[in-house]
Design a protein around this ligand. Sequence first.
Ligand code: NA7
Length: 867
Amino acid sequence: MALNQQSCQVFDAVVVGAGFSGLYMLHRLREAGYSVRVYEAADDVGGTWYWNRYPGARCDIESIYYNYTFSKEILDEWTWSSRYAEQPEILSYINFVADKLDLRRDIQFNTRITAARYNEESRNWEIRMEDGTLVAAEYFITALGCLSSSNIPKIKGLDSFKGEMYHTGRWPHKKVDFSGKRVGVIGTGSSGIQAIPVIAKEAGHLTVFQRTPQYSCPAQNHPLEAEEIRKTWENYDETKQQMRYSQHGVPYGPRMRSALEDSPEERERLYEKAWQEGGLFSLTYNYNDIAMVPESNETAASFIRSKIKQIVHDPEVAQKLMPTYYYATKRPIIDTNYFETYNRENVSLVDIKTAPIMEITPDGIKTTDNEYELDVLVFATGFDAMTGPLFKIDIRGKNDVSLKDKWADGAELKTYLGLATSGFPNMFMLTGPQSPSVLSNMMVSIEQHVDWVADCIDYLREHHLEAFEATEEAEAFWSHQCRAIADMSLLTKTDSWYMGANIDGKPRGFLAFAGGVGLYRLICDDIAARGYEGFASLLAHDNQDDSKVKEGFFVSNIDPQAWFILKQLESAGAPPMEQLTPELARMGDFSLLAGAPEEVAKVENSTIPVPGGEIPVRIYTPEGEGPFPALVYYHGGGWVIGNLDTVDVPCRMLANRAGCVVVSVDYRLAPEHKFPTAAEDSYAAAKWLSENAASIQVDPERIAVGGDSAGGNLAAVVALMAREQGGPSFAYQMLIYPVTNHAYDTDSYSDNAEGYFLTKNTMVWFWNHYLRNDEDGQNPYASPLLAEDLSGLPPALVITAGFDPLRDEGEAYAERLKAAGVPVEATRYDGMIHGFFWMPGVLTEAHNAINQAANALKDAFNAIKTR
Ligand code: NA7
């Protein structure tokens, strides 16, 4: 496609698509004084809402929040008629905005863009229309929508059908008449579930061809009063901020509680309330772990299944409608009388998983066990989402490489922030793959993207930066993050269109950023504030500050899951621990990071005597016959915070995997009980176990000590105390990122002083609460690294984390043990942060470390057995 640019129009920016994102992009750029042209295949504005006109089509976000928020005036001038607006009303709203801002004069309708190519010489994009016309632009912006490439499955005989055929995403503009007709609907996603009840009312007979049963909750749609809208937006700025910094783009979020913390009765009560209230998030927002923890998910899933059973009269039909995948791992669906529709005489349900469709015949559908005669066939079969619309245009970047080839048809999807991709300078994708878009209220995501791109273009012009593109490093980082973050949830455990699984032959992989719109906004803003870190401009290369790029967070080798946790904690804006009182610091709840506690044969809370009092312990006994080996476990928390619950999950996992009893010890905390109380309590607990082993089915010859962080310190100290104070003798010491020295002088302290969960300042705060004075810090029972002699101690496992201030002192202790002749297995988890051992709910490496520790314990116990 060679172009004589003098012969064609040249714009500052070309935008493809006149839906919500394209329209706002046009407005922003035009207001800033750029020349912009929007091309749209349809004959009017609307995008997704122009095409999806099927009966019953509605938004699944409450209309009150499904607005542009950039203009208070526009917001105030529009009134929605119901809680969930119907498609015609949403389309009217889009038209109202287009008129109000006089957008149409810069939109060319009925124009499909077929190709776009970056010309490296002119540094312009050359954009070709279906009729061959070319235009050029410095910036090429896709506003294609995520769900605009409709999917009609390639079923044998498709073209032979004599009746009428429609796809929900390409619905005609005239009313389709179903009255008295035999109608078939293939597909029971959101579109099918909205359309089926409406079609059923009109059709002679409706046959639904269902491949996967779905969870759906009632929308409980109702008329909206103008007063309600006014009240909601009374605090315009505040509501807007709440939406922007939320998880999904609505001004509320999940309750900070695990579904497993409530009794079944309480859960039932809350789910029932949510069912009555209706809406997309009602059920899931009862708890914060439904999308994360299988057991929590099942509580919501089984509630919906029980509702289906109640609603659908015919038990066989109800059974066919029972979904089994993890709830909310596909976009949750809300409906109006969907399940009730199966009680109608004129509706039948065909399960095409057990009897698949063989072919479409001139008269209807033939499955493996039946034939269905139809007059109308409706495909509610969804879309080739996210990448589909981009691949429909032949987009070519530098060296004439096509986007489709670069991404290997989607198998190697690589973007930076979902906004840009290397090799395609000055191209921006609005709500594209690897952005949070489809997991959110689209309006919030759209406004964020458009604002960011408009600001970026201003910056480029101001700094005379041309040919601006994402670096390969940055996009590798981002793409890795997106996959790893999605893997932390249940989202990747289900075949869904989020995974590309709905399209035959489409490569599988999670297509969006699952970290939430609020966090995403912070990251994007952070990157902009760093001078658009992760982007490079060819022409300005000499002027760019390379050091910035090298130090950037996207080139660090921190584990993506750990990075995500850190970003989330950062965005939560909690004050540093050292600014809190110990009482307040103890209230922090990290149970979501730990994940769901697994079953252990027996878990018992008890107390044991220690000098000057009693302390609680929790005893985990595995399946099988005793006597068992045992691990005495000391939790972390800088001797100031932490308790038995903090380490409940890893203790359970260790008990099951190592086949040992775990005695978790709630030693007394500082500053109420300063050094050496914690060490003495810990030693007393180990001695108690050794002396009372038989009473809890433990073999006294096979006892290990272990712990993490301050608990690792206590385990090491107990081993020293036992050697020096006449036993007991331990089979093993398991030291997880232990504190070993009251000093802050290591490289890891300076490299990881802040930004990696445990900070240097917090460590200083912990030590200051723990020790009575500096002299205590020199005591080997506080700083075991200072012990003169480490010989004769039990064999050890020392696990450290790469991004931890305590890394080097843990490793120094391992070295000293080795030098003293103690067998040591030392492992550094390079990409990990302090505390990761008790975060198996979100970190794969936590599982690896717990498994490693369990295997090491097992080996140590077996060595004694066979001695
Ligand atoms: P979805 O959610 O992708 O649903 C498509 C439906 O079509 C779903 O039930 C599919 O079953 C079914 N389908 C897809 N291909 C086939 C074939 N080949 N044979 C039979 N059935 C098939 O699209 P929607 O339009 O409903 O909703 C898209 C989004 O719009 C929605 O998430 C909201 O965000 C709004 P499957 O589940 O793949 O087995």
